[in-house]
Design a protein around this ligand. Structure first.
Ligand code: AMP
Length: 484
């Protein structure tokens, strides 16, 4: 089956060709014709199956065929609302809407918590055809009278199971009360718990159920492993792994921009051409780094979570978690960069004693055990103990077991601040005045710097999408707030 046979609008077919897709994935083959006909859908599909295009393409097709609407502010009325559990997913979905809709005259925007509200308010006043949002911020805007969902004709719930896992059910119900009863609804979920089925029963009218086979899922196609590694041995182990397997294209994740620079330098010095990719780089430098990575002159790209989002490569063979994320869902996003659209992938995590607790949380969050492969030459030194991790002004505990007493954490934070000041003083004065630093990412004392790759603008500690409503899954919420 081809995309043309699915009967999609020519403007969509052009965009699909521009993306280089020639065959619809199984979920697309099933979902697109049904959704184009206006059916409600209960769809079982995981990330990596092409699910985003499976709902975005028919949604755009229907919008292109129908007249636009007006909102109560006199702007464009929202005809499609897509709800997602996280801000990252919301941003990705809206990006897909733009990609597939680039030859159509439709407008879209994305709304999530943790960033300033004013640009979102003015976007809503002007209005958009397609609104992609996390539920929490949407409700905040509703409370302020800035939202009008009365013209919604299609509602899409993406990763509904994760929304429920994250405690969004009450918020979803409140959003449902804001959209018209008469509408088309598409519910996408990787798993089907009783809770999801109850939600679906109340929400969907005579839905068509579709499911892609679990063997096609990302998680099963990505080989995941972890090595327990000594604190000072990570760079050597990373170099060893890349050389041993002769990897030619690997994406390496670090927690900070500073870390990204230092890892990239180390690899390059050891014969593996590498570049760091992070927010401090100019757009030209980023484009050059990506081009080098694509054409093979750069073997390793070292990136922070935020920077990695801009990497548009569909079939990355290898991902290394050089540092383990303290937010479990970041792990899922990171490894989701490999094993896409049918390709197989490999994700390796280098876990220090300081990060064992983070990794355990990831295993609980993803409901899987990840094989630990011993690397005796790179193991922690006898007597090496977990230590708190400095992130900007904060110090967080990522070791296994309970965090040490407050005084120990405070002392560690103080030592980290001293080290940071020292590092800032070692830099040329211009870089110091500039704050974020030309040298690349020594932590900023404003609470956003070294942790800047994870703290949203405004220096607030990272909160789940929706501005801190529900917690990020059970394992995370077990951690006292001040350690996050
Ligand atoms: P998703 O499951 O929506 O996260 O999509 C996974 C990846 O598959 C994305 O990077 C898409 O760009 C890609 N993709 C989606 N549909 C197709 C297709 N029909 N052919 C090739 N790649 C696709």
């Amino acid at each position: 089956m081809t995309f043309t046979e699915l009967g999609l609008a020519p403007a969509l077919l052009r965009a699909i060709t521009a993306e280089g897709y020639d065959t619809p994935t199984p979920i697309q083959q099933q979902a697109i014709p049904l959704a184009m006909l206006g059916h409600d859908l209960l769809a079982g599909a995981q990330t990596g199956t092409g699910k985003t295009a499976a709902f975005t393409l028919p949604m755009l097709h229907r919008l292109a065929m129908t007249a636009s609407a007006k909102n109560k502010f006199g702007g464009i009325g929202t005809r499609v609302l897509v709800l997602t559990p996280t801000r990252e997913l919301a941003a990705q979905v809206e990006e897909s809407v733009r990609t597939y809709g680039k030859f159509l005259q439709l407008t879209s925007t994305v709304i999530f918590g943790g960033v300033g509200m004013n640009p979102q308010i003015s976007a809503l006043r002007k209005g958009v055809d397609i609104l992609v949002a996390t539920p929490g911020r949407l409700l905040d805007l509703q409370e302020q009278g800035k939202l009008d969902l009365s013209t919604v004709q299609m509602l899409i719930l993406d990763e509904a199971d994760r929304m429920l896992d994250m405690g969004f059910l009450p918020d979803i119900r409140r959003v449902l009360a804001l959209v018209p009863k008469q509408k088309q609804t598409l519910l996408f979920s990787a798993t089907f718990s009783d809770e999801i089925r109850t939600l679906a029963q109340g929400l969907l009218h005579n839905p068509k159920s579709i499911q892609v086979t679990p063997s096609n899922t990302t998680v099963q196609r990505i080989t995941q492993s972890q090595h327990l590694v000594g604190r000072g041995k990570k760079k050597a182990l990373l170099t060893h792994i890349i050389q041993q397997h002769n990897w030619s294209q690997v994406l390496v994740f670090t927690r900070t921009k500073f870390g990204a620079n230092s890892v990239a330098e180390h690899l390059t010095k050891h014969g593996i051409p590498a570049l760091a990719l992070h927010g401090n780089k100019s757009q030209a430098a980023r484009t050059q780094a990506l081009q080098g990575f694509k054409d093979g002159t750069i073997r390793a790209l070292v990136a922070t979570d935020i920077a990695a989002r801009g990497i548009d490569i569909d079939d990355l063979p290898h991902v290394v978690n050089y540092e383990i994320p303290n937010v479990s869902e970041d792990y899922v996003h990171r490894i989701g960069r490999t094993g896409r659209a049918g390709a197989s992938g490999e994700a390796v995590s280098l876990v220090s004693l300081d990060e064992e607790g983070f990794f355990e949380a990831i295993e609980r969050f993803t409901k899987q055990r990840i094989e630990r492969v011993p690397m005796p030459d790179f193991a922690p030194e006898p007597g090496e103990r977990a230590e708190p991790i400095a992130m900007g002004r904060q110090t967080i505990w990522g070791g296994a077991g309970r965090p040490p007493p407050r005084e120990v954490m405070q002392a560690a934070a103080k030592a980290a601040m001293q080290e940071m000041r020292q590092r800032l003083n070692e830099r040329p004065p211009r870089a110091r005045a500039g704050g974020s630093g030309a040298g690349g990412g020594a932590p900023r004392p404003a609470g956003g710097g070294g942790a800047g790759n994870r703290a949203p603008a405004g220096g607030k500690a990272r909160t789940p999408a929706g501005g801190g409503r529900p917690s990020l899954g059970k394992p995370q919420s077990a951690r006292p707030q001040n350690y996050r």
